[in-house]
Design a protein around this ligand. Structure first.
Ligand SMILES: Cc1cc2nc3c(=O)[nH]c(=O)nc-3n(C[C@H](O)[C@H](O)[C@H](O)COP(=O)(O)OP(=O)(O)OC[C@H]3O[C@@H](n4cnc5c(N)ncnc54)[C@H](O)[C@@H]3O)c2cc1C
Length: 497
């Protein structure tokens, strides 16, 4: 290699969050002879679980399915605090020797595929300098949202507010809210985590109000699952993990399918569970009865019903109303009510950003990803040798990621055995398509026009079902042209097998 020849690797993984670290495991175990690196823009691993610092930050999913298939989740809590997820990821890095593969402070800005050389040239920024690395494959483990900006709607009078306005994505760790009146604007997973947590730690707010325009479905779940812990005690962590995982996969799917098939009944059950935990005479239908059906948007889990306990204590309340304006002392609502606040937390969501903001081009022509169709949830049509990691939005993200990376590593093994080194998904230009995510969550709806697309046929549908993916990604693979994949020898000589 001369000083002008970029370093070359077989595989470049972008991002050292739970997806990128998982990819590292599958490359190490399934493709041990491949050279690879994981480029991480930040100074540490963990992605989401390191970025968010708000009080109580935790998973919504159980860790038996949010954790990896290959590494048992041994802690007793099924719903886990962020620092425990970070510990788990640290162990995964150590156990798989990934420490030397992750390069921190390496932000990928663009990737250009050369058909002539059958490789990617990836532009990387480090310490303000830009340099290139070439790679046979690029695996995206870059998450789905913008790390630099959260989403906050325009609020009239915002500048008039005399207190502090905080977005949970940029929580100042030294924020002292002791004895203060806090209004949390939002009703998603972050808001329902924050409300009880602001009343429970070393610091303690005087009162917390969750202000929502529209209610969310909220279900109490046990933080520790007795059956899971029994499995682990009786059979050890390996078998215990496999059993718990299977059980939670079935449970998640069962709840989802039930909610979609019998929305009225599901709504009644959720309402009953909420009402049981709220004070007598509480206006459940005003604050906890959304206008949409259960699981049309992500259902929020509250461990051990902590949100309801906070409301029952009188230290937390919910307001369902429209904001007219912020003023010097709080928020004026459409109903005429005024919420006094010292601190306003805008738990109003994320800004979607796919593929880490990396500009993709093929032979110098920029790829318009809104015209690409996702193949088997794993590749983008017209973009060779690229793997993407978009997990489930209706159950644990990681369940899908494991299957995707196993599929891609199998595909590479299949190609290696035949002397092939270019895989591209080819979509029929007449195929009817729609945006890749059918999900009503605000951050998806706001960004529909920026998403790649999906088709109707099996290989082109963005499946949100573990069982469907297990069938199409895990079983005997069809890797011929009929599956929409075109495999070729690129710069190699094909071999007959
Ligand atoms: C507060 C919160 C709670 C959540 N809870 C759950 C839950 O309980 N269950 C669930 O299924 N999902 C949950 N999610 C969704 C969650 O983000 C994903 O499930 C999962 O953590 C995503 O992992 P990831 O590795 O794909 O992405 P991320 O965690 O976002 O990690 C991406 C990594 O890629 C790096 N990166 C991005 N672009 C570049 C680039 N251009 N160059 C170099 N590096 C780059 C980032 O710095 C980051 O480290 C939650 C999300 C949030 C925000």
């Amino acid at each position: 290699m001369t000083s002008t020849t970029p370093e070359h690797l077989d595989i470049l993984v972008i991002g050292a969050g739970i997806s990128g670290i998982g990819a590292g495991h599958y490359i190490t175990t399934e493709l041990p002879e491949k050279s690879f690196a994981i480029l991480e823009g930040r100074s540490t691993f963990g992605g989401t679980w390191d970025l968010f610092k708000y009080p109580g930050i935790r998973s919504d999913s159980d860790l038996h399915t949010f954790g990896y298939e290959f590494k048992p989740w041994e802690a007793k809590d099924s719903i886990a605090d962020a620092h425990k997820i970070i510990d788990y990821l640290r162990e995964t890095i150590e156990e798989n020797g990934l420490g030397e593969k992750i390069r921190y402070g390496h932000k990928v800005v663009s990737a250009d595929w050369s058909s002539e050389d059958a490789r990617w040239t990836v532009q990387v920024e480090r310490d303000g300098e830009r340099f290139a690395i070439t790679a046979g494959w690029v695996f995206f483990g870059s998450g789905y949202y913008d790390y630099d900006q959260g989403f906050t709607p325009e609020f009239a009078g915002r500048d008039r507010f005399a207190g502090q306005i905080i977005h949970p994505q940029f929580w100042p760790e030294d924020l002292d809210y002791t004895g203060k009146k806090v209004v949390v604007v939002g009703s998603g997973a972050t808001a329902v985590t924050l409300v009880p947590s602001l009343l429970n730690g070393d610091k303690r707010a005087a009162h917390v109000t969750m202000l929502q325009r529209t209610p969310t479905y909220i279900m109490p779940v046990p933080k520790q699952d007795p059956l899971t812990n029994l499995f682990h005690r009786a059979f050890g962590h390996r078998i215990g993990h496999d059993l718990s995982r299977k059980r939670f996969i079935w449970q998640q799917r069962g709840v989802y399918v039930f909610a979609q098939r019998f929305p009225d009944l599901a709504r009644k059950i959720i309402r009953r569970e909420n009402a049981k935990r709220l004070p007598e005479g509480y206006p459940v239908d005003v604050h906890f009865n959304p206008p949409y059906n259960p699981w049309d948007q992500r259902l929020c889990a509250v461990p051990n019903g902590d949100l309801f306990k906070a409301i029952r204590s009188g230290d937390a309340s919910v307001a369902t109303d429209k904001i007219v304006t912020f003023d010097e002392t709080g928020i004026e609502l459409a109903s005429g009510e005024h919420l006094d606040a010292d601190i306003i937390v805008t738990a109003t969501g994320l800004k979607l950003k796919l593929f880490g903001g990396v500009t993709l081009s093929v032979d110098g022509r920029e790829v318009d990803i809104t015209q690409s169709v996702i193949h088997r949830g794993a590749m983008l049509s017209g973009v060779p040798n690229v793997a993407i990691a978009i997990g489930y939005t209706n159950s644990s993200w990681t369940l899908k990621i494991g299957m995707l990376f196993r599929y891609i590593t199998k595909l590479i093994q299949h190609m290696d055995a035949r002397g092939l080194d270019v895989a591209v998904a080819v979509a029929d230009p007449d195929m009817p398509t729609r945006p890749a995510l059918d999900f009503e969550a605000g951050y998806v709806q706001r960004a529909l026009h920026e998403l790649p697309r999906q088709g109707e046929a099996d290989d082109w549908r963005m499946s949100m079902s573990y069982f469907e993916d297990a069938k199409r990604l895990n079983s005997e693979l069809s890797l011929g042209e009929e599956s929409g994949l075109r495999l070729s020898a690129g710069t190699r000589a094909a071999v007959t097998v």
